[in-house]
Design a protein around this ligand. Structure first.
Ligand code: KG4
Ligand code: ZN
Length: 351
């Protein structure tokens, strides 16, 4: 039998978060949804770099090898044992199903063995909640852009704990195009940080790449990046055919400007339409320096006084502290998962 907690008002809540949705095996303990007691991440980036992207089968196997060690380390660093925890939380989707299952099975086993409540967390929502770990002065309604290697979503939070999806990508995720363009340019993996650095020395107006705005009313907050990706790859191809060498910095800067331009325009439009009191960025692409600076500039111009928040780079990319942070809200509202919880590859935010 799982003990369902009786939450008393002044209770200190310690939640163990577990994350294994893609290529990071992570565990963290967070106190009261805000204070990070430990945050351990084992990245598989080097393992997948040889293939230019994440290989799902390799990711699952590596999670299996790492997960118990990472959880032990997170508990040790927090100075807590399992029985001192309030709950175990796990990212149950969206993500690679085989990878997610490693975290979900482990969390279920721990919850059962230690008689702790289990909390299922939506990975995309968790990215948004990474902002709650930084003590930012979050106000509602808020608009959040979550852009990473697997997802690109515009979310609205009209009030605490309520999430409405405004739009998402119809094809490639923003981080995915950074990775694919970097691969085509022969830069390495993951491509986002490499392009970000290279673009700093280039001219963003050197090449006019296409930007998809999807202006139909229904899909005006959706994204599409596959046309841009094809345009960059075909540009590279044509130059190589003519024996010309593209300036990598100009190419990186022009490509980055096209992605970031669309992300910024749509986020600012959503913030205006929904009267946002603040705007949040999250996900791996939120670490992009041009996205941060252009978003700040455009918000200041269009909606002066509406603050922009984003997590530090280590909390933008996948981590388990964000899983434990969102779980704290579920815990206080008494939302727990059954022990037959399954992983869900395509779980939409707000569900
Ligand atoms: O959030 P994350 O760790 O994993 C997913 O949930 O997908 O995001 C990883 C993605 C990769 O595609 C990576 O290239 C991208 O975030 N990324 C960046 C930057 N840092 C990481 N993209 C653009 N600029 C960056 N500085
Ligand atoms: Zn993620």
């Amino acid at each position: 039998m799982i003990r369902l907690p009786e939450i008393s008002k002044g209770e200190t809540v310690h939640i163990l978060g577990i994350e294994s949705s893609c290529d990071e095996t992570a565990a963290a303990v967070v106190e009261d949804g805000r204070r990070i007691c430990s945050n351990v991440i084992s990245s598989q980036v080097k393992l997948h770099a040889a293939y230019g992207g994440v290989v799902p089968e390799i990711a699952s196997r590596r999670h299996l090898e790492q997960i118990n060690l990472i959880i032990e380390q997170a508990l040790d660093e927090a100075g807590l044992n399992l029985r001192a925890l309030s709950a175990v939380a796990v990212s149950s989707g969206p993500g690679l199903v085989g990878a997610l299952l490693v975290g979900v099975s482990t969390a279920k086993a721990l919850a059962y063995a230690a008689r702790l409540p289990l909390i299922a967390v939506n990975h995309v929502e968790a990215h948004l909640y990474a902002n709650f770990l930084t003590g930012a002065g979050i106000r509602y309604p808020l608009v959040a852009l979550i852009a990473s290697g697997g997802h690109t979503s515009l979310l609205l939070m009209p009030e605490p704990d309520e999430i409405v999806s405004l739009g998402q990508t119809r094809d490639d995720a923003a981080g995915e195009v950074f990775d694919k363009v970097a691969r085509a340019m022969g830069l390495g993996y993951p491509g986002g940080p490499l392009i970000d650095r290279l673009a700093a020395q280039g001219n963003p107006a050197a090449i006019d790449f296409p930007r998809a705005y999807l202006d139909d009313m229904e899909g005006r907050f959706d994204f599409s990046f596959s046309g841009l990706k094809s345009a960059v790859i075909s540009h590279l191809h044509h130059m190589r055919q003519k024996d010309e060498t593209p300036d990598p910095a100009d190419l990186a800067a022009s490509f980055q400007e096209a992605v970031v331009g669309v992300l910024v325009d749509k986020t600012v439009a959503a913030a205006r339409e929904h009267g946002a009191a603040c705007v949040l960025l999250a996900g791996g692409v939120a670490a992009n320096s041009r996205l941060r600076s252009l978003m700040r500039e455009e918000l200041l111009h269009a909606l002066p006084g509406v603050p922009l928040y984003f997590p530090p780079p280590g909390l933008c990319t996948d981590n388990a502290a964000m899983i434990a942070a969102v779980a704290d809200h579920h815990y206080r509202r008494g939302i727990f998962a059954p022990l037959n919880l399954n992983a869900s590859a395509g779980l939409p935010p707000g569900s």
